[in-house]
Ligand binder design. Structure first.
Ligand code: GDP
Ligand code: MG
Length: 163
């Protein structure tokens, strides 16, 4: 079985954009598995000369435990619990929100290794964007722009070191 990396975070932080950046590289192949729930989207990242790994996009954790949003949140949590590494994706433009705080509390309970990824840092001072999340206490944080593919190679290196 291949190691897996789950993308977890509130809606709209850029998880799906990141999924595309991680799986649609020149050296990567995407295998969409038919029949999997629409709230979990799997791709296999194959970087030349490296061990392949699965990337799992999730629908996002919206905080609301009722109805569809609740089902989506449960899917995200299940994906995170099964992952070898969780990328906790946050929005560098909006900064930390109470929903991010809530997700972080849950991730700590889940006990999986987590890397904090501050997305949407294009045109921002990356150091200031990271400082916004310093209180989360992560030793390892990365600033990226999924939309502009900035920091993605460094992210690949970090993922491969952790798997
Ligand atoms: P998800 O709900 O977490 O999957 O977020 P999406 O990937 O659907 O992205 C939400 C919005 O943020 C879209 O309008 C994206 O174009 C935008 N977005 C995603 N990544 C970036 C980024 O790195 N920089 C900027 N400026 N916008 C981004
Ligand atoms: Mg999405």
């Amino acid at each position: 079985m291949l190691p897996s990396v789950a993308l977890v975070g509130r809606p709209n932080v850029g998880k799906s954009t990141l999924f595309n950046a991680l799986t649609r590289t020149r050296d990567a192949l995407v295998h969409d598995e038919p029949g999997v729930t629409r709230d979990r989207h799997y791709g296999v990242c194959r970087l030349e000369g490296e061990r392949p790994f699965v990337v799992v996009d999730t629908g996002g954790i919206a905080g609301d435990e009722e109805g569809l949003a609740g089902a989506t949140a449960r899917q995200s949590r299940a994906a995170a619990e099964e992952a070898d590494l969780v990328l906790f994706v946050v929005d560098g433009r909006e900064g930390a929100s109470s929903l991010d705080d809530e997700i972080l509390r849950w991730l700590r309970k889940a006990g999986r290794p987590v890397l904090l990824l501050v997305n949407k840092t294009d045109g921002l001072d990356a150091r200031a964007a990271l400082a916004e999340f310093a209180r989360y206490g992560f030793a390892d944080t990365l600033a990226v722009s999924s939309a502009h593919r900035q920091g993605i190679d460094e992210l690949f290196d970090t993922i491969l070191e952790r798997l």
